[in-house]
Write a protein that binds this ligand. Structure first.
Ligand SMILES: [Mg+2]
Length: 211
């Protein structure tokens, strides 16, 4: 039985329900948490990890630490949320462009106690969104009814590809470069590649409904 712990402040725009429902991930898609993670880990162990060091989703194996320590260190990075950078310049504007396609929610598997920091970061960075939703895990996201997920998890993309009609945009990171091509999954390198993908999705829907 899947369980979701939803932290919602639900206020969709009046026209949102007729449009796409879009789930945007936080870590690794909006927030460059892994850079902060590397700084903490390198200080702790006098190591020289960089973002490029992490070439698999189970990144704790790259670092030679336990999964618990990995997740705990990511949480630690969020305690110092003001020092977390955006993945790209002008991210607020880039994310804002998604609003013309429908409802844009932040959907994250962040731990409960870091949600307050994540929300503060989103506000500070002026990232526009409709609802903030927390799931128990990254993979649990697939059970939510979104038309499209923007995420950096190759495992989530595999789950999306196995659904009937959900779509995924895989935001390229070192830990997902090895992910194979999958149905209804489009890989992008940068945020400005996302609106054209959505244009095509909406266009295909129109073509289908006019037949
Ligand atoms: Mg992520």
């Amino acid at each position: 039985m899947w369980q979701f712990n939803l932290c919602t402040e639900y206020s969709p725009r009046p026209d949102a329900m007729r449009k796409l429902r879009i789930a945007v991930d936080l870590d690794g898609v909006l927030a460059d948490t892994i850079t902060s993670f590397c700084k903490i880990l390198n200080k702790r162990y006098s190591t020289h990890f960089t973002v490029e060091s992490f070439d698999r989703w189970n990144a704790w194996q790259n670092a030679g630490i336990s999964q618990n320590e990995f997740l705990g260190t990511l949480d630690e990075a969020w305690l110092d949320w003001r020092s977390i950078q955006t993945m790209e310049e002008n991210l607020s504007e880039k994310v804002g462009k998604l609003a013309t396609f429908g409802q844009v929610d932040i959907v994250t598997g962040r731990s409960l106690h870091t949600v307050q920091y994540a929300k503060a970061w989103l506000k500070e960075q002026h990232i526009p969104f409709d609802t903030f939703i927390r799931t128990q895990s990254t993979n649990a996201k697939v059970k939510l009814s979104y038309d499209l997920f923007v995420d950096d998890s190759p495992d989530l993309m595999a789950l999306i590809a196995s659904t009937l009609d959900s779509h995924g945009i895989l935001y390229t990171q070192p830990w997902n470069r090895m992910a194979p091509e999958m149905p209804r999954i489009v890989r992008v390198q940068r945020w400005n590649e996302i609106p054209p993908v959505l244009e095509e999705m909406v266009g295909k829907d129109r073509t289908r409904s006019s037949k």
